[in-house]
Every structure is written in C-alpha cells, then in structure tokens.
Design a protein around this ligand. Structure first.
Ligand code: GLN
Length: 267
C-alpha cells in the first residue's frame, strides 16, 4: 500500500514536472493530488464494482462462467475511461439497490429502469437505452392484448417494473419469480397465463423456447440508467462524461449492435 502511494507520488510529481515545464507546482500535497486528479471515490481503490442480475439477456447473462452482455460491456468501457478495473457481482435483482446504497457495490447496471421510487434511494446516471414491457403468452393463447389479462395469472420477475405494472392491472394475480426465465418456464408448463417482462429479454426467451409469442402491444416507455449511491455525485458525473464519450465515438452503438440486431432495436 505504502509502495503504491509512493509510486503515485512519483507519478504525480513527474506529471507536474512535465506539465509545468519544471516550474513550481501549484498543487498542494502530492497524495491528495492523485485522488483529485481522477476525483473518483469507489469502495475499493482502483476498482469499479458493478452489481447486476445476470439473468437478463442480452443485457447481462452468463457465457460459461463469465457475465457478458450490453451492460457488462458498457460498464467495462466506462471503467476503462475512468481508469478503474471492473468487477462484476451477480445477485438477485431486488438486492442491487441495497448493494449500491450500502457501498457493497459502486454501481448497479442491470437493465435498470429509472423510476421515481428508486430515485428516492439512489442517483441515476444519464440514460443509455430505451425499453418497454411486453406480454409473452403461449402461441395458442386466447389473450390477444393487455386488456385480456383481467382475471388472469401473470408471472413477473420480483421487484421489476414488470412486477409493478402487473400489479396495476385489474383482477390480475401476480406470480413473482427470482428469474425472468423461471416465469417463462412456468408459462410453458401452463402454470400461469402470461409473463410481463422487458422487451429484449422477452425476445431472447421466446426465441429459445418453443410455443411462445410476444403480443404486439407494448406497455410502457422506460429508460435504463446506471444506479450510483446518492452521495457519490463525482462518480455520477464521471460516468456521465464517459457515457457521453462512448455515445459520441459510436462505441455504445457498437456494443448494442453486437447483441441486438438493427431491425430489432429500432422498434
Ligand atoms: N427494467 C426492469 C426494471 O428495472 C427489469 C430489469 C431486470 O430484470 N434486470 O425493473
């Protein structure tokens, strides 16, 4: 640790020598300069810990034992811009906000929709994707639109916006699952009548499972953003700067295009 500090000191001094052409440095003590320079406070020095729920393709899911997907890649690109090392922690979706508020994680990146309720507990960065909730039913279902859901049993992932919307539909019985995929399996085995979930994972689940379809009517317009502890305004600002540069350089579109084909994403 001492060694690291002194290395940083030497680095800072070298930089200020270059910067000032050998003249006197205006910055005060060397060791605070290092942190001032980046201005980033994270729970573990040099790291950016991301809380996610890796059950949400194409945003986060497992490939072997690695978490991949749009959020994982955006977070990796943001971490790189910030000079931090990304560490991904997989957990239940409804544990993510607590992980961020308690400082166990620095960010929550999980296809997380910005909602007024969540904004009471965490700060959100600028948004990086738009999304909607859709309804999945079996191909032979008599449910043709969200209006037909009255008095039906609807599966959702616990603590998601789909959970909230399902609860708002009159007469609906809501079945909550830890993973969206478990809700889809329940639908396939006719234990429930429909699933309400975000559109992109819905497409992946319908593609991977026989006999299911997505209803054409979409429920909501939502926006995904990264959750950060409320008092860490520097981190929000730095992530926003990084997101902005990823948007401008085309890198963000590139990441999205890798996981979502163009004719899908425009919908
Ligand atoms: N977008 C939804 C939400 O924020 C679902 C996110 C998820 O399941 N990962 O509640």
């Amino acid at each position: 640790m001492k060694k690291l500090v002194s290395m940083l000191l030497i680095g800072t001094m070298a930089l200020s020598l270059i910067g000032c052409g050998g003249g006197s440095s205006s910055s005060g003590s060397g060791d605070s300069a290092a942190s001032e320079e980046s201005g980033i406070k994270t729970s573990q020095e040099g790291k950016l810990i991301m809380a996610t729920n890796a059950e949400f393709p194409p945003y986060e899911y497992y490939e072997g034992d690695e978490v991949v997907g749009i959020d994982a890649e955006i977070a990796a690109a943001v971490a790189e811009e910030l000079g931090l090392e990304l560490q991904i922690e997989d957990m239940a979706f409804d544990a993510i906000i607590t992980a961020v508020t308690s400082g166990k994680a620095d960010i929550g990146a999980a296809g997380m929709t910005v909602t007024p309720d969540r904004e009471k507990n965490v700060a959100f960065t600028d948004t990086y994707a738009t999304a909607s909730q859709v309804v999945i039913v079996t191909e032979d279902s008599e449910i043709a639109s969200p209006d037909d859901l009255t008095d039906k049993t609807v599966g959702v992932q616990l603590g998601t916006t789909g959970d909230i919307y399902a609860g708002d539909i009159e007469g609906v019985t809501v079945e909550r699952y830890n993973k969206g995929f478990e809700a889809v399996q329940s639908l396939q085995s006719a234990k429930i009548d429909a699933v309400i979930i975000d559109e992109q994972p819905a497409k992946v689940f319908v593609e991977q499972n026989e006999g299911l379809k997505i209803l054409p009517d979409k429920f909501t317009e939502e926006e995904y953003a990264i959750a950060v502890a409320k008092d860490n305004t520097e981190l929000v600002e730095k992530i926003n700067e990084a997101l902005d540069s990823l948007k401008k350089s085309g890198k963000l579109d590139e990441i999205v295009a890798k996981y979502i084909s163009a004719d899908d994403s425009a919908e």
